[in-house]
Write a protein that binds this ligand. Structure first.
Ligand SMILES: [Zn+2]
Length: 251
């Protein structure tokens, strides 16, 4: 009987350790400094979800994490920077935007590197979220869904401006300028703040795999993405929304 109780206590102990770790993993990062703006960077895939695989064996989940860690190192002194994962483990798609919402992030970026979308081999593509269709709003203007739709349409406009600024920052490092596209991306759909997904080429192409294997090139991409984020965060979107609309205009 005593032996059984010991086992029970042991298993309960292990259960709480696992529970505590899963919470830490989901919401890993430095404590939030309320005086600073907050960005959430999402390295795509993780754990058994490897993403795309290069001809020489590079994995999308590893490249995305490395890129995210470089961006983190460039921004951490001036912003709260939260990674949705800081090592190789799985994070549910819906939890990625939920982490950004939890922290009330000012911007959310999901990083990918090929495999999921049809596009040219080497060009970087910046995606904004194309909202799902067929949703009819209820009549009550104070209903949560109407308020969510308003928040979402405001974020969609700012996301377009965010994508334009990111395109400029990435173009500054040379190579073909990134394309901006819209897609119904689940990872962005739940985010209540300006959000983009950046796909840094197609890892399944040998040229892209070699480019991303170069630490110099990966750091250059990270620096450019950090610059794009800083350009966007410098705009006071909350205090002056009408002037923020201008950043979405086509250049
Ligand atoms: Zn991906």
């Amino acid at each position: 009987m005593i032996k059984t109780n010991r086992f029970l206590v042991f298993f309960i102990f292990i259960y709480f350790i696992i529970l505590a770790n899963s919470f830490t993993i989901c919401y890993a990062g430095e404590p939030i400094d309320k005086a600073l703006k907050t960005v959430v960077i999402d390295p795509g895939h993780g754990g058994r979800d490897i993403g795309a695989k290069g001809p020489q064996g590079s994995l999308e989940k590893d490249v995305c994490l490395e890129l995210a860690q470089h961006i983190f190192s460039y921004l951490k002194s001036e912003y709260n920077v939260i990674l949705t994962r800081s090592a190789d483990y799985a994070v549910e798609i819906r939890d990625r935007a939920a982490i950004a919402n939890h922290y009330k992030a000012d911007a959310f970026i999901s990083l990918h590197t090929g495999g999921s979308f049809q596009h040219s081999a080497s060009r970087i593509v910046i995606y904004t979220c194309k909202p799902g269709s067929g949703q009819t709003a209820p009549a009550d203007p104070n209903s949560p869904r109407v308020m969510w739709n308003q928040l979402h349409s405001r974020s969609a406009m700012l996301s377009r401006g965010f994508a334009e600024l990111m395109k400029k920052a990435i173009s500054d490092i040379g190579g073909a300028p990134p394309k901006i596209r819209k897609a119904p991306l689940r990872v962005l759909q739940g985010a209540s703040m300006p959000s983009i997904l950046i796909e840094t080429g197609h890892l399944t192409h040998l040229d892209t795999e070699n480019t991303l294997a170069s630490q110099d090139r990966l750091r250059a991409y990270a620096r450019a993405i950090a610059n794009g984020l800083e350009s966007f965060l410098a705009i006071d979107t909350g205090a002056n929304f009408s002037s923020a609309k201008g950043i979405g205009a086509k250049k």
